[in-house]
Design a protein around this ligand. Structure first.
Ligand SMILES: NC(=O)C1=CN([C@@H]2O[C@H](COP(=O)(O)OP(=O)(O)OC[C@H]3O[C@@H](n4cnc5c(N)ncnc54)[C@H](O)[C@@H]3O)[C@@H](O)[C@H]2O)C=CC1
Ligand SMILES: O=C([O-])C1=[NH+]CCC1
Length: 314
């Protein structure tokens, strides 16, 4: 008798079972805390392997993780390309393989793009809940791509902002963003205009040089720095990196992959998981940066969530 072939769960099905990124919050908070607990937390996750594809300006990331608390084993394969000529192809594409951890059998192949968009935004939301100033009124998003949309959705679901602003390098995309989302958004002509006076800032661009200057940032603001995941790419300038309290998802990853951290020489204060565990304080009264690179265990718990929901309905 042959083994059961893996199921394929495509983007539409993933979206159906994960219609709100906030569904992932409890699992992600636990995974971040477990990751930062070291061996005792039961998360096995190396820093991802990123293979450059120099001829085409692309990268293939391989992101395996096992979470003992969830008894879940996955690897995500994610490609990201800097300058795609065909704008109908997304800059990031991903697939998650979910294995039976007891015997290594491949159980499911899941679309990873929806998972990547939603788990990243959910992790930024976790950071924001902990680190944003009291009475935050203005949200500013720099970038108008996939991550901008997923961040807008969960941030406006969880928090109450009086004003949401967007800036994008090409203004048409920002205008389109403002016309597509559910609430009012002010389209700004410059990053400086968007950032000035903002309490919470999300940088989610493909920039390779700083787009956000410390000069513009209101003291006490919180920044989720989501882009610039290569050691020579930047979104934030040195002033901002050095004059903020710096939180990361993974110290090892930040010191390997983040141009903003490596090139500025900024000191890492804590991993988000350490704040969640209560071993490091959050310091919301200070200007804070959460440098997000994206962790494999986030995909593990998200894929398990989707697979379990899919299984329950089949
Ligand atoms: N931290 C994490 O867990 C994750 C981070 N990312 C990163 O988030 C960023 C955004 O990803 P997506 O929204 O999926 O990409 P996207 O391609 O959908 O959107 C990128 C946006 O950046 C803008 N942009 C492109 N080049 C730029 C430049 N040189 N300067 C300023 N803006 C520029 C584009 O106009 C577009 O609005 C990327 O850097 C990506 O690698 C993506 C997935 C997970
Ligand atoms: O975590 C992730 O999937 C990624 N981070 C940067 C590019 C893709």
């Amino acid at each position: 008798m042959g083994s059961t072939p893996p199921v394929f769960i495509g983007a539409e099905e993933v979206e159906k079972h994960l219609h709100r990124a906030s569904l992932l919050l409890p699992a992600l908070e636990a995974a971040l805390a477990n990751f930062s607990a070291g061996a005792a937390g039961g998360v096995v996750q190396p820093v991802r392997t990123v293979l450059p594809v120099p001829r085409h300006g692309g990268y293939l990331g391989v992101m395996p993780a096992y979470s003992a608390a969830d008894d879940a084993l996955t690897t995500k394969l994610v490609t990201f390309y800097e300058h795609l000529k065909d704008s109908s192809v997304p800059s990031h594409q991903a697939t998650v393989l979910l294995f039976d951890p007891s015997n290594g059998t491949l159980k499911a192949v899941l679309d990873g793009s929806v998972i990547t968009a939603k788990r990243t935004a959910a992790v930024s939301a976790i950071a924001t809940k902990l680190l944003m100033p009291a009475f935050a009124e203005v949200l500013c998003i720099l970038g108008a791509g996939v991550q901008a949309y997923s961040h807008y959705d969960i941030f406006t679901e969880l928090f109450t902002f009086k004003e949401v602003r967007i800036w994008n390098r090409t203004k048409e995309r920002a205008v389109k963003f403002a016309s597509c989302v559910s609430g009012p958004v002010r389209v700004c002509s410059s990053a400086q205009e968007a950032v000035t006076g903002a309490d919470v800032i999300v940088t989610a661009t493909m920039a390779t040089a700083p787009i956000l200057s410390g000069d513009w940032v209101k003291p006490g603001a919180h920044i989720n720095a989501v882009g610039a995941s290569r050691p020579d790419w930047r979104e934030l300038d040195d002033e901002l990196m050095k004059n903020s309290v710096l939180f990361v998802d993974s110290r090892d990853a930040a010191l390997t992959e983040s141009g903003d951290v490596i090139l500025s020489g900024a000191e890492i204060f804590a991993e988000l998981g350490e704040v969640l565990k209560g071993t490091k304080p959050a310091l919301p009264e200070k200007t804070t940066v959460f440098k997000s690179l994206g962790m494999a265990v986030e995909d593990t718990v998200a894929a398990k969530f989707v697979y379990d929901a899919w299984s329950a309905g089949n």
